[in-house]
Design a protein around this ligand. Structure first.
Ligand code: GSH
Length: 256
């Protein structure tokens, strides 16, 4: 696993102390690769000014299969975190970006309402991203940009679905600034995916409310820092390279 990169620790320690979190808060380990799923967590850590150390997981080189990563992320997908100051002040590890966002929201009391109605509103849109926008845009990306065979039916199927989902998002954003009213972890979950509209062959001008939302979210300095995290790591990686493709595609069960 590549060298860990410390981020924000100095500035954030102060902020954490200010919020009453105590001086003993150790940096959260963020196991990460710069993709829209990774950005969700780098954005949230930046928004909350939590101290963290980024540990790159080079998924193009197969680092997601290393035993030390599988121990915290048995699904061999990043992102994952280890919070040394988890519940009971004991370490906790978490995989699945939605679960991590909710955990960090509960831990900090930020971007995730405490009242039930507010929380349900955020959860709906968070799960909508986890089960809809993320997987559909992910499949579209696969068939449109990475697949060795061109399969027009598959491309059309996911392009249509992403288009439909953007329509849903656009309607939702017609009369509210953010997906759940106030800026929340649901917006953080979606921004990295919606930001790829060009690559998805979507026309953002068909979705004016979505366009306004995207510009607003992307203007936040923490979002910019989160989405810039580790950008250099991807340089020189060719997703069409047969070694990379043999790591990432055609994965089947690995039984012990
Ligand atoms: N549902 C997971 C999806 C995470 C995911 O798909 N991560 C990809 C990168 S965006 C990954 O780690 N891929 C490694 C692989 O395919 O082996 C989450 O939201 O955390």
């Amino acid at each position: 696993m590549a060298r860990a990169v410390k981020r924000s620790a100095k500035k954030s320690k102060k902020a954490a102390t200010k919020r009453g979190a105590g001086k003993s808060q150790k940096p959260i380990e963020l196991w990460y690769w710069p993709t829209p799923n990774g950005f969700k967590i780098s954005i949230m850590l930046e928004e909350c000014k939590l101290p963290y150390t980024m540990i790159p997981v080079n998924i193009a080189a197969g680092e997601q299969f290393r035993p030390e990563f599988l121990e915290i992320a048995p699904n061999n997908r990043m992102p994952a975190i280890v919070d040394p100051n988890g519940p009971g002040n004991r370490p906790i590890s978490i995989f699945e970006s939605g679960a991590i966002l909710q955990y960090l929201g509960r831990k900090t009391g930020r971007f995730y309402p405490k009242d039930e109605r507010g929380r349900v509103d955020v959860d709906q849109w968070l799960f909508w991203q986890m089960g809809g926008l993320g997987p559909m845009a992910g499949q579209l990306n696969h068939f449109k940009h990475y697949a060795r065979e061109t399969l027009p039916y598959a491309i059309r199927r996911y392009e249509d679905e992403v288009n439909r989902l953007y329509g849903v998002m656009n309607t939702r954003l017609k009369d509210r600034e953010f997906l759940a009213g106030k800026y929340s972890i649901a917006d953080m979950a979606c921004v990295g995916w919606a930001n790829l509209w060009k690559r998805q062959d979507q026309n953002i001008d068909d979705f004016p409310h979505l366009k306004r939302w995207l510009e607003t979210v992307k203007a936040r300095p923490a979002v910019q820092r989160g989405m810039a995290l580790g950008a250099d790591l991807r340089k020189g990686i060719d997703m069409k390279d047969s070694n990379v493709q043999s790591v990432l595609f055609g994965q089947r069960a690995r039984t012990a």
